[in-house]
Ligand binder design. Structure first.
Ligand SMILES: C[S@@+](CC[C@H](N)C(=O)[O-])C[C@H]1O[C@@H](n2cnc3c(N)ncnc32)[C@H](O)[C@@H]1O
Length: 348
């Protein structure tokens, strides 16, 4: 390597977590050493050595490996996956993982083409807050939900989940998913009925199928057992309440949906979470313009849980530590964690 050459793929694997405190930290450190030693890791990442760092080929590969485990084709690795009940020390995992990598090179190389895609149902806490305020402002309780960037559409099931916060609770007592630790002192959730739930994504996932559910799960890190439990709850909810998903880009889809006829007395809510940072600026602007064009014709509210804009308004602020905010019609009404709870209301 020449003195001014950039970091190698091995350096990037090593630096990704830079610790061995969990399974993926261990595996990336071991894969880095294996790459340096010319092992199977070289073959797996052949052609990806100079990939842009933000493509994170290493996370794509680990999700591919997780799919092999989830399909039951590597039972010897289950003890290293806490979400599957495993409690073995991840420090010992490499000797078991390496042969599995070698046995699935073709599939794992194909997994490098799949951008990580998670769908976090607890983010609907922000939607609950936004819809409640929109219901108060409009006086309308029949809600048509439209979600651009919906992934598998788990964010369209907000009325089927139960939320428990500081001094309040909302949602069906028998809900399959209970989102606890919501905070949001002073939140007064409103009752509303969802009359339509429809979303779009450039890569929608049909999580009502076993394959789709497994695919979605493979991107949730295996030691995050709470997130896996939430996914279980949301998938069970989806089984009873199907959602409609279109393969489409955000702006055009929202514009089309907002020109569809709607029953009188229905509040259309355009909702999205942690997706705007992936949209070109023109697409965000076009979505906002479509909502404004619709306002004189139909009651519409725009609720978002997204990184705030930079002060110049030209891009979402993704600087480290920046948390997403809850917006209702462009006004910031609160702040949330990356995966939803806790919610802190601005008015509190
Ligand atoms: C981080 S995921 C968030 C999914 C979901 N909103 C949530 O909060 O769990 C971002 C999603 O946005 C989708 N996406 C990114 N750019 C898009 C675009 N221009 N049009 C439609 N979907 C897009 C991705 O495919 C992905 O499913």
């Amino acid at each position: 390597m020449t003195p001014d050459a950039g970091p190698t793929l091995a350096d990037r694997l090593r630096e990704h977590f830079a610790h061995r405190g969990h399974l993926y930290g261990v595996l990336l450190a071991e894969m880095a050493d294996d790459w340096d030693a010319g092992g199977v890791t070289r073959e797996l990442f052949a052609g990806w050595e100079d990939a842009e760092a933000r493509q994170f080929p290493q996370l794509r590969l680990l999700a591919g490996l997780f799919r092999v485990v989830l399909r039951g084709e590597a039972p010897q690795l289950v003890p290293y996956y806490p979400c599957l009940g495993g409690d073995e020390d991840p420090a010992d995992a490499w000797a078991a993982v390496r042969p599995v990598l070698a046995a699935h090179v073709e599939e794992l190389r194909a997994s490098l083409d799949e951008a990580p895609q998670t769908n976090e149902p607890a983010r609907t806490l922000a939607l609950l807050a936004g819809v409640s305020e929109a219901v108060r402002r409009s006086g309308l309780r029949r809600v048509r939900l439209l979600e651009p960037g919906a992934s598998a559409g788990l964010g369209l099931l907000v009325d089927r989940y139960r939320f428990v916060g500081d001094g309040w609770a909302h949602g069906p007592a028998d809900a399959s998913l209970v989102v606890s630790g919501c905070g949001a002192t002073g939140l007064e959730p409103e009752e509303f009925t969802v009359v339509e739930r429809r979303g779009c994504d450039v890569a929608p996932v049909d999580a009502s199928t076993e394959e789709g559910a497994l695919y979605l799960r493979s991107f949730v890190w295996p030691w995050m057992t709470e997130r896996h439990a939430r996914l279980d709850g949301a998938l069970a909810t989806l089984a009873g309440t199907p959602v409609r998903l279109d393969r489409a880009r955000v702006a055009e889809w929202v514009a089309d949906q907002l020109t569809e006829p709607v029953d009188e007395g229905v509040l259309t809510v355009v909702w999205h979470s942690v997706t705007r940072l992936y949209w070109p600026l023109e697409e965000s602007r076009a979505l906002e313009a479509a909502v404004e064009r619709a306002r004189p014709r139909i009651p519409v509210a725009h609720v978002a849980l997204e990184n705030p804009w930079t002060p110049d308004g030209l891009r979402p602020d993704t600087s480290p530590g920046r948390l997403p905010v809850v917006e209702l019609d462009g006004e910031v009404i609160g702040g949330c964690g990356h995966h939803g709870p806790p919610l802190e209301l601005r008015s509190a």
